[in-house]
Design a protein around this ligand. Sequence first.
Ligand SMILES: [Zn+2]
Length: 162
Amino acid sequence: MRKITLSNGNTVEVECLSCALTSGLVDPDGGVVVETEHFHAHQDVAYPIRGLIILASKRHIKSLDELTEAERLDYINVMTRIRKAQREVLGIEYVYYFYNEDTTHHFHTWMVPRYEWMYEFGRSVESVRPILLHARNEMNDKENVQEVMEAIHTLTVELNDK
Ligand SMILES: [Zn+2]
């Protein structure tokens, strides 16, 4: 079991954070951006980057090759819809995708938008961690967090009102 401190200060003990989120036991800040039969998307607001989305499977699996055919289709389709929405309503030109199979949670893909300020950390995969830490440590101001929350709302509307 892992103890997780929520942003509201409450703590919950869960086996798997992804299970807790996709089952609705833990409510992500900003809410669910989009949900399909097999997937669940939200923003991890621990990293206040506008338009950063975590796309998690609902089933507790670790690896891409464990997805059923229906899940694979759902995965690529919903990821594409999210990507398109990031471009169309948030103006995000590039996204980095990241997922690791030895996670302590379960299968989830990070969709990390690229912004101009990020290029000082480089362009490759090793720039991602410093960028996330920079966002968490230096960008947690009220104004930026407000922008992040507005972007979550904008994406949610775009992905659910059609
Ligand atoms: Zn799980």
